[in-house]
Each structure stands twice: as structure tokens, then as C-alpha cells.
Design a protein around this ligand. Structure first.
Ligand SMILES: NC(=O)c1ccc[n+]([C@@H]2O[C@H](COP(=O)([O-])OP(=O)(O)OC[C@H]3O[C@@H](n4cnc5c(N)ncnc54)[C@H](O)[C@@H]3O)[C@@H](O)[C@H]2O)c1
Length: 352
């Protein structure tokens, strides 16, 4: 019987409670891991979540928790500000690290995480769960078969009509660094770039807007509590055009609040033989004198987060390469940094 991996989780808020810890507990039930620690700055949060595990202890200080056990895996679900420093400490303690998106607050922090991963020979993976959804895996298979022909453009879009996160610290720049670009843009761009095969970005032109989030009269539908409007200092709409190596492009547009008819979005990748779209999911082309759409009549609806946690566990168990390579997450972080810089300077900026 293989040894059980010792798992610790840091930041037991919303995403940990709903999508990470339930899946680690499943693995614990299967005898593959033992969850030994759950840490949060808020005592009630770590105590409640630790109590749901078989033997986990609650911790208020993550460094004390790291010092207590030689963890095999540390799962980091704090808000963005904690991602890099906690990842580096966890990697230096000898643990493999899975960390929520976005990778860090900026590319410099992301590079430090990769350096710590290399120095300690420990795996590092950003939790881009969308890559693990069955439909997106199918689209990846199609791309890899060569069916798209020459890929020349992609689009990463998620426009919410009203959907500013009304919990946590998503709306505060010093905690999260950005608004929808850092929150949902990172998902869509990661998926788009992964499907496109991660061509190297050369330059980006972007623009961000803050039109609603800092208004007291904002009507935010059913999205959590209404945070104090004066705290809101990130964007609520962002767009960009990324120039990729070889003449390809990626458009990105994301919002938490816009005056549009309804929420819309998805990832599109265009080739000269066929295109793919995530919404509606399918492969779009033409055959003789007809337009065609190919999709799948049945796909597993298993939660991408579940598959992602199980993938990471298996990568550590079997020493396999993680699907979301940290260098790829660094590329996404560089694009996001570039969009903010371009917006500030009001011109296209190179991505190095
Ligand atoms: N993959 C997804 O679909 C998805 C969805 C939502 C959130 N997220 C990401 O997950 C992260 C957390 O989001 P959330 O909605 O759970 O926020 P949240 O505010 O509900 O939870 C974050 C928790 O981290 C704790 N924390 C912060 N710093 C800490 C530290 N130094 N030590 C211990 N605990 C600390 C906070 O007290 C809080 O309980 C964010 O980075 C967000 O981008 C990902």
C-alpha cells in the first residue's frame, strides 16, 4: 500500500469550503491522503473545516502549521495577495503546492514561485480547473488532432451583466491586484492559450474601466453582501488585444458589471479548417456546400475542480508532470500585467 500523502490547506474561505476540501476529503476516504492541517486567519473558518476532516488540526498561522508536519501537499486558497509568499514558504518547507488562480499579484512574484519550485524540486500548479472539464478536454483533443488547420486567432470572453463578487476581497487592489481581469479573465485566457498551444505573446494593448463597482447605488443582483463602495478600487471591465508569435492574436474582454442584455462569453479558437467554441461547445466548419457543427451527445459533467484536485494528487503520487505548467501561468500573468500597464500608458506594450 502506497504511503498516504500528508495534505494541508491554507485559506479555508469560500472556494476551499466548496471545491477543494470536499475533494481532498474524498481522497482521504479513499485512503490516499490524510488531511493534517487547515489554516485560516479567521478561527471559526479553520475550526469548522478542520472538524469536517478525520484528523486535521486548525491553525491560525500557516508558518506554524508548516513547521509542525512534513507536508507532501499544500493547497493554497487565500486571496491573491497570499499566493506567492505562502507558495514560496510551502515549497521551501518541502511540500508540493497547488495554488488558486491567479498565480500571484504580478509576474515578478510568479517567477519567485517558479524559482522556489525548481530549487526544491517540488511541483507547483495553479488551479485552472477549466482545463479539467470534459468538454474542454474534448476540444483540446480536436486541436491536437490538427483538425483546425492553421490557428490564427482566439477569443477569451466572460461578460457579466451584474456579478461583482460580494464576499472576500476581490474588489480591493492591495488584496487581489485586479478586478475581473485577475478573477475571471485569468480563467478564460488560460483556457484559450492552452487550446491554442500557448504561442508566445509579443505585445498587448489593453484598457480597463471602473464604471459601477465604486458606486453606492450599484444594483448587484444576488451576489453576496454589498461591500462598502469606497473600498472598490479595481476595474469592473477590461479588454485587450494580445499579439502572439507568428501573427496570431487573442482578444480578451471580461466584466463584473456592464449594461448588456445578459451574461455572455466563452472561448473561441479559429483555424483555417475549423474553429472551436466552448459556448455552445463544438467544432465549427464547412463541408462541401454546408456549414457543420460537431459536438458530443454526452459528456461527463464531473466538476473540473474535482478532476483538478485528483490530477494533482496523482501527479504527486506517481511523480507525473502537472497539466497546468507554472511557466504557462507565468505567461498569463505577464499578459495581465501588460493589459494593466497598457491601459495606464494608453499604448501597446511589449511582453518580455
Ligand atoms: N477557481 C475558481 O473558480 C475560483 C473561484 C473563486 C475563488 N477563487 C480563488 O480562490 C481564492 C480565494 O477566494 P475565496 O472566494 O475563497 O475568498 P475568501 O475570502 O472566501 O477566502 C479566502 C480565505 O483566506 C484566508 N486567508 C487570507 N490570508 C491568509 C493567511 N495568510 N493565512 C491563512 N488564511 C488566510 C481568509 O481569512 C479567507 O478565509 C482567490 O485567489 C480566488 O481568485 C477561485
Amino acid at each position: 500500500m502506497a504511503k498516504k500523502l500528508k495534505v494541508g490547506l491554507i485559506g479555508s474561505g469560500d472556494i476551499a469550503r466548496q471545491r477543494h476540501l470536499p475533494y481532498w476529503r474524498e481522497l482521504e476516504d479513499e485512503g490516499r491522503v490524510e488531511i493534517l492541517g487547515v489554516c485560516d486567519l479567521i478561527p471559526e473558518r479553520c475550526e469548522t473545516q478542520a472538524a469536517l476532516c478525520k484528523q486535521a488540526k486548525p491553525w491560525l498561522r500557516y508558518r506554524s502549521m508548516l513547521a509542525k508536519h512534513p507536508f507532501d501537499i499544500i493547497d493554497i486558497c487565500t486571496q491573491n495577495r497570499g499566493h506567492a509568499p505562502i507558495s514560496v514558504d510551502a515549497l521551501n518547507s518541502g511540500a508540493h503546492v497547488i495554488v488558486e488562480k491567479p498565480m500571484a499579484m504580478n509576474a515578478e512574484e510568479s517567477r519567485a514561485m517558479i524559482a522556489a519550485s525548481k530549487k526544491n524540486k517540488r511541483k507547483l500548479m495553479v488551479a485552472q480547473h477549466m482545463r479539467f472539464e470534459a468538454g474542454h478536454e474534448k476540444l483540446k483533443e480536436v486541436v491536437e488532432s490538427g483538425a483546425l488547420g492553421k490557428i490564427y486567432s482566439g477569443e477569451a470572453k466572460w461578460l457579466r451583466r451584474r456579478g461583482i463578487p460580494g464576499w472576500g476581497k476581490f474588489h480591493i487592489a492591495k488584496e487581489s491586484f485586479g478586478g475581473p481581469m485577475a478573477d475571471i479573465g485569468v480563467h478564460m485566457m488560460d483556457l484559450c492559450m492552452w487550446l491554442m498551444g500557448f504561442p508566445k505573446p509579443i505585445a498587448v494593448s489593453g484598457k480597463i474601466y471602473r464604471m459601477f463597482g465604486d458606486r453606492d447605488d450599484l444594483f448587484n443582483a444576488e451576489w453576496g453582501r454589498h461591500y462598502p463602495a469606497k473600498e472598490f478600487d479595481v476595474e469592473d471591465y477590461a479588454l485587450g488585444l494580445v499579439r502572439l508569435e507568428g501573427g496570431a492574436t487573442m482578444q480578451v474582454s471580461v466584466s463584473w458589471a456592464l449594461n448588456i442584455p445578459e451574461e455572455t462569453g466563452g472561448v473561441m479558437v479559429l483555424g483555417d479548417k475549423a474553429g472551436i467554441h466552448t459556448n455552445p461547445l463544438g467544432v465549427y466548419s464547412a463541408d462541401h456546400s454546408s456549414l457543420t457543427r460537431n459536438s458530443w451527445d454526452w459528456l461527463s459533467d464531473e466538476d473540473g475542480h474535482r478532476r483538478e484536485i485528483r490530477h494533482f494528487c496523482e501527479c504527486v503520487e506517481k511523480n507525473k508532470q502537472v497539466r497546468v505548467q507554472p511557466e504557462q501561468s507565468l505567461v498569463i500573468q505577464k499578459i495581465i500585467d501588460g493589459i494593466y500597464l497598457s491601459s495606464k500608458l494608453n499604448k501597446e506594450v511589449p511582453i518580455k
